[in-house]
Design a binder for this molecule. Structure first.
Ligand code: CP
Length: 525
């Protein structure tokens, strides 16, 4: 069976580079066949009336929705569409309930979702996918057609396809200017990973500081080895000589801006609008791309450019039809049997954050200081070592509350015998073991602490808990991005979940917003 069947495309990285290249190669074949009116086109059709393609657009769209609708019709699939108006969303039904119900209406389903909530498809993949499996139904596939300011992976696939066409399929190097609203534009955020298929990447970021690319994206670009340069306007960019042959514009996303930024929109837009006087300063080979739409009164690529060779955005928009035919064919399992490259798989998490450090030989004096000495029981030691007493008390209280430690016990903040640094201790006489769930929770709340199992006043086993690779299933954690599908304000039944991205940093599983360890806990104070 094809490894693409039933997959979800929430972000660009849900397809490996090999899989993205396969998509582009199939698109190239299809486009050639369609333009030549060749019978080879038939081999791309799913031709399955039991395939349901659901277009659920909770934000407006022309190109994405219509190209997917036409792609679904190409496959002779059932096409179902609805948005906010005229559906039970108007009666405050959750996205989760809605999609779960729709998944039962077709043998195979592909959901194409555009939502202001970020990370929606990842959540639906987990919950509706699990529901279908447990009820003997096939897992639906989910396609993110743009989620808030997060990602727009299928736009990225058509953009990369368009760049490859322009570069004659040479992947050795790309030099691209990203121009416009780089703060809110999800299509430019998807470029962070979409451009990885090129061996050398030079990116010029052309945007006023107020709408510049967020630092966590530029850090990722640098991590991928991209060469970055920053400019505040097109004027400034054209004042130097190393100008990119490919430009990618994005409109100002007024609908995502706060009032303060919106008040400054005219000045921000002026900085990233291409003016007629700039034309002599770009080479004949330059091509402009734009995901569109452009504002009819204040476009950043004005209509005087439409008939010039620089216009690559019209062909780019058409490419959305071809790439999306292939995407549906792949997720429906009609294509991909001959794919032999690397399959992207979900991340796996090891539990090696619990390290057994060996038994002690005698009871530690400090377990007898100020709190009830422990003959038999558990002592949690080294809580928030080195922090100020107030922070340590907060940590101690958080452990007690989150782990539900309401038993006979004692706790305190002390200076370490060896180092003099402050640390927290909780002693739990009479408790003989912590189950795995409690250990994971403890590691997530108080990384660096130790768990000491004591019998007859001897530390028999001792574990040091490091920061775990994943923090989840805890009521007190919450994504700080109010647009995240897991944020309580959306009232979807999502359980917050974070992955560790570096020693101290985490990202939300759904919207990928970076968090420090402390920010994960921000809601619980
Ligand atoms: N590029 C793009 O997403 O356009 P629509 O908003 O019209 O779908």
């Amino acid at each position: 069976m094809s490894s693409f069947r039933g997959r979800t495309i929430q972000v660009v990285n849900d397809f490996s580079i090999d899989e993205q290249l396969y998509l582009y190669e199939q698109t190239r074949r299809l486009k050639r066949a369609m333009r030549a009116n060749s019978s080879e086109v038939q081999s791309f059709r799913v031709q399955d009336p039991e395939l349901g393609v659901y277009l659920i657009f909770l934000e407006d769209s022309t190109r994405t929705r219509e190209s997917f609708r036409n792609a679904a019709k190409f496959h002779r699939a059932k096409v179902n569409e609805f948005g906010l108006a005229g559906s039970s969303f108007a009666k405050s039904e959750s996205i989760t309930d809605t999609v779960k119900m729709l998944a039962g209406y077709s043998r195979d389903s592909v959901f194409v979702m555009r939502t202001p909530q970020e990370g929606t498809c990842r959540w639906l993949e987990d919950t509706v996918g699990g529901y279908c499996e447990s009820h003997g139904m096939r897992r639906p596939a989910f396609i993110n057609a743009g989620d808030g300011r997060h990602e727009h992976p299928t736009q990225e696939f058509l953009d990369e396809y368009s760049f490859l066409e322009r570069l004659n399929w040479d992947r050795s190097h790309i030099h691209l200017a990203l121009v416009g609203d780089l703060l809110h534009g999800r299509t430019v955020h998807s470029k962070v990973n979409g451009l990885r298929l090129f061996h050398e990447v030079e990116i010029d970021l052309v945007a006023p500081r107020d709408i510049s690319m967020p630092a966590h994206y530029t850090r990722q670009m640098e991590y991928h080895g991209y060469k970055l340069r920053w400019f505040e306007s097109i004027e400034e960019y054209l004042g130097q000589h190393h100008v990119a042959p490919l430009w990618y514009f994005t409109r100002l996303q007024l609908e995502r801006m706060g009032e303060k930024l919106r008040d400054r929109a005219a000045a921000l837009r002026a900085a990233v609008t291409f003016r007629r006087e700039f034309l002599p300063r770009v080479s004949q080979q330059t091509r402009f791309f734009h995901p569109l739409p452009r504002h009819r009164e204040t476009p950043v690529i004005p209509p005087f450019l439409d008939g010039l060779a620089v216009n690559a955005w019209d062909e780019q928009a058409v490419n959305g039809y071809y790439t999306r035919i292939i995407e549906i064919a792949l997720l429906a399992g009609c294509l991909g049997d001959d794919f032999t490259g690397t399959v992207q798989t979900p991340p796996e998490f090891s539990d090696d954050f619990v390290e057994e450090t060996g038994p002690g030989t005698r009871a530690k004096g400090e377990y007898k200081v100020g709190i009830k000495p422990v003959s038999n029981g558990i002592v949690i030691d080294h809580i928030a070592t080195g922090q100020q007493p107030e922070a340590i008390w907060n940590q101690v209280n958080k452990i007690r509350k989150t782990l539900g430690l309401n038993c006979v016990s004692s706790h305190g903040v002390f200076a370490s015998e060896q180092t003099g640094r402050y640390k927290g201790i909780i002693s739990l006489p009479g408790i003989t073991q912590f189950d795995e769930r409690l250990i994971k929770m403890l590691g997530a709340i108080a990384p660096g602490c130790t768990l000491n199992l004591i019998t007859e006043q001897q530390v028999r086993r001792k574990y040091r808990l490091r920061m775990p690779p994943r923090v989840y299933n805890l009521e007190e954690i919450c994504c700080r991005n109010p647009d995240c599908i897991s944020h309580p304000q959306h009232a979807e039944p999502v359980i917050a979940e974070f992955y560790r991205s570096s020693e101290e940093d985490f990202v939300c599983r759904y919207c990928e917003t970076p968090h420090t360890f402390h920010e994960i806990w921000a809601q619980s104070g």
